[in-house]
Design a protein around this ligand. Structure first.
Ligand SMILES: NC(=O)c1ccc[n+]([C@@H]2O[C@H](COP(=O)([O-])OP(=O)(O)OC[C@H]3O[C@@H](n4cnc5c(N)ncnc54)[C@H](OP(=O)(O)O)[C@@H]3O)[C@@H](O)[C@H]2O)c1
Length: 266
């Protein structure tokens, strides 16, 4: 039976990936920072950058690795001393290269782009200067330097109007609107949102096909305001429309993604 190490198996995207892998008959070794009662026996505890990934997976066998955990964000929150921020990512990918020959799929973000023009394709240079985007770009570079057998999947907003409690972004809007608190959304910040189930499908499909390189998951280009506004009806929140307030961001941006490979996944 083929098996997959899945970092972030409990996450918004990770849980969808986990279900799809199981549906394909693939054994999943999920990671979570803290194991809980009811977690499958095959799951292991792993927290970046505290734990050594090499130690955590030393005696395990798997055919693929999918990284759907918030590693770039965790690395920023770890507040390393200046000029040492990249070390934990380098250490992790270097350890992986020593421990396994498996293909690695890393889920990255549209945030690697500055947003000065939008419609980014896979060959466009990552050029973000904000902390999260440049940390994602650092993770991508580090992965590429250490593991030749890798796939980077970049996505914009992920969403799930059918299971809002799992979707922290839509949950925040619903919570604000239903408690009659104004919820502000930018009309001049553009994204290309993708349903989380479609993103998971693409990640699994391309990983199992052993695709390498970079792939974008393109969705329909939308302003952040339009994204929330079009979610009102499926969420049954149209009576709260007045609480959704359109605003102009002082820093307009367009990080929408296109792909040279595929049809839109919107
Ligand atoms: N959601 C979006 O709109 C979006 C957009 C663009 C890109 N992405 C990318 O897609 C990936 C998955 O996103 P998501 O929304 O599914 O993320 P998420 O639900 O916020 O987090 C995924 C998992 O990351 C794990 N995690 C957090 N900190 C960790 C750490 N320090 N060490 C190890 N694991 C850690 C958590 O596992 P436990 O809580 O079980 O420990 C969590 O369940 C991320 O790489 C993200 O950058 C997401």
């Amino acid at each position: 039976m083929r098996s997959c190490l899945l970092l972030g198996a409990r996450g918004f995207l990770g849980r969808q990936i986990e279900m799809m892998l199981r549906d394909q008959g693939i054994d999943v070794i999920g990671t979570t920072r803290v194991l809980a009662d009811g977690d499958p026996d095959s799951w292991i505890a792993y927290e970046f950058p505290r734990d050594s990934i090499g130690n955590c997976i030393r005696d395990l066998h798997f055919d693929f690795i999918i990284m759907a955990a918030r590693l770039a964000r965790a690395n920023i929150e770890a507040k390393h001393s200046p000029d040492t921020e990249t070390c934990p990512l380098d250490d992790m990918f270097e350890e992986l290269s020593r421990t396994t020959r498996s293909q690695v799929t890393y889920v990255s973000s549209d945030a690697v782009f500055s947003g000065t023009r939008g419609g980014y394709i896979e060959t466009d240079e990552a050029d973000s200067s904000e902390p999260y985007g440049s940390m994602q770009a650092t993770a991508e570079r580090s992965l590429s330097a250490h593991l030749s057998n890798h796939l980077i999947v970049r996505t914009s907003f992920l969403f799930d109007v059918k299971d809002v409690p799992t979707d922290s972004r839509l949950s925040r809007m619903r919570q604000a609107l239903t408690s009659c608190t104004p919820f502000y959304a930018d009309t001049n910040v553009y994204k290309s949102p993708v349903r989380v189930v479609d993103a998971a499908h693409e990640v699994v499909k391309r990983t199992l096909a052993r695709q390498t390189g970079i792939v974008h998951l393109p969705g329909e280009r939308q302003s952040v305001y339009d994204f929330f506004e079009t979610s009102l009806e499926p969420l049954g929140l149209t009576q709260f429309r007045e609480q959704l307030i359109a605003r102009e961001n002082a820093q307009p941006s367009d990080t929408s993604l296109r792909s040279v490979f595929a049809r839109s996944t919107a």
